[in-house]
Design a protein around this ligand. Structure first.
Ligand SMILES: *Cc1c(COP(=O)(O)O)cnc(C)c1O
Length: 388
């Protein structure tokens, strides 16, 4: 094969995700896995039963329609209207995807030309860098810095060049828990309009905001026609294995994203689409209880981490807490996370893997709190060994 590397240059350095490494470590050591963000309890029983019913009744067992089943597209549209007052035509402005992950990939592949620049908050969700690279584009980080992780809007303005095509935003933000404020959203929207940029916003944690409120960027003046909004049933209904996500955007943007999406998976998750259509119509009480339950878990784990000696950055949203290990006299989060299962029986993830600059975020470590309260209490007890 001519001595040429098998992996193409675009994907060079992307390796395997940190979650594979840390989850393997959790299995090998029997440690509590607070590394990867998946709940250890399934979502609502009624939603699970809806999937079983669809499967038994033969709904979705064969290829569903390319844009998603009409019931789910209608439910996504109704959800955007009910929570945000946004109207999207279920036939032309909604697209069902294989999780938010496929929506991100399809959006990057559809909307970018090689050489385009994409500005994204750093630390990045790990698939962003890969998808931007697969599209042949270049990522430009806008670094969120501790302790507040607020975006610096002057830096954003300065980062925009004539090659900038797109802002890839994420609010609530994984891993920092930052939630964009109304003023920040207005400033970002004004810049996007002024510089005529496309915006892709990953809003998979839209229902997990503990301070302030979530508002889609698409709701701001001038944004609807330039914004692709991404949601997911994985995070909102605690069925991360189903991989049902969706896009809402103007018809031309949806058509572009669909063009790429149809050659990635074509379609997916037939019976689950019926179940998610029901889930999106659950009463407000579901969404309120889900959020309040996770708020209690956040507070429980935050208290445990503080007692163990971490510096804790309390998140405004998502199901992650970013901490700093400097109080332990340590600086290297990667080494810390590799040793943590042996030292205290808990697995976490170093935030440095979410940065381009390996020095940035070097002493930060992320824990998830989307686990049972007993599990979080046990993790807190184990982590106290660090304080000893
Ligand atoms: C989990 C996650 C995703 C992936 O969502 P899926 O629906 O499971 O593909 C995308 N973006 C962020 C920020 C996430 O945390």
């Amino acid at each position: 094969m001519g001595g040429r590397p098998l992996l193409n240059r675009r994907l060079d350095g992307l390796g395997t995700t940190i979650f594979a490494e840390m989850s393997a470590l959790a299995t090998a050591t029997g440690a509590i896995n607070l590394g990867q963000g998946f709940p250890d309890t399934d979502g609502p029983e009624s939603v699970r039963e809806a999937a079983v019913r669809a499967l038994r009744e033969g709904r979705g067992n064969q290829y569903p329609p390319g844009p998603g089943i009409p019931e789910l597209r209608a439910a996504v549209s109704a959800h955007q209207r009910r929570f945000y007052g946004l109207g999207f035509d279920p036939d032309t402005e909604v697209l069902v995807t294989a999780g938010a992950t496929e929506a991100i990939a399809a959006a990057m592949l559809a909307l970018l030309e090689p050489g385009d620049e994409v500005i994204a908050f750093e630390p990045f969700y790990d698939s962003y860098a890969a998808c931007i690279a697969m599209a042949g584009a270049r990522r430009v980080p806008l670094t969120l810095r501790a302790p507040s992780f607020r975006p610096d809007l002057d830096e954003l303005r300065a980062a925009i060049t004539p090659r900038t095509r797109l802002l890839l935003l994420n609010t609530p933000h994984n891993p920092t828990g930052m939630v964009l404020t109304e003023e920040e959203q207005q400033a970002i929207a004004a810049l996007a309009v002024e510089r005529d940029l496309l915006v892709v916003t990953d809003e998979v944690y839209e229902h997990l905001v503990y301070e302030g409120t979530h508002r889609p960027l698409a709701a701001l003046p001038g944004m609807r026609e330039r914004t692709v909004t991404i949601g997911s049933a994985g995070k909102t209904f605690s069925f991360t294995g189903w991989k049902v996500g969706w896009v809402t955007a103007s018809a031309p943007l949806v058509a572009a994203v669909r063009t790429a999406k149809q050659y990635l998976t074509y379609v997916s998750a037939g019976p689950f689409q019926y179940a998610v259509a029901e889930a999106l119509r659950l009463p407000d009480a579901y969404f309120d209880e889900f959020r309040e339950g996770l708020r209690r878990k956040r507070d429980l784990l935050a208290a445990g981490l503080r007692a163990a000696g971490f510096e804790v950055y309390l998140p405004e949203g998502t199901y992650f807490i970013t901490t700093d290990i400097t109080p332990f006299g340590e600086k290297d989060g990667y080494a810390f996370c590799r040793a943590l299962p042996e030292r205290s029986g808990v697995v976490a993830v170093p935030n440095s893997v979410f940065y381009d600059d390996p020095q940035a975020g070097r002493s930060q470590v992320r824990f998830t709190f989307c686990k049972r309260e007993e599990t979080l209490e046990e993790a807190a007890t184990r982590l106290k060994r660090l304080a000893a």
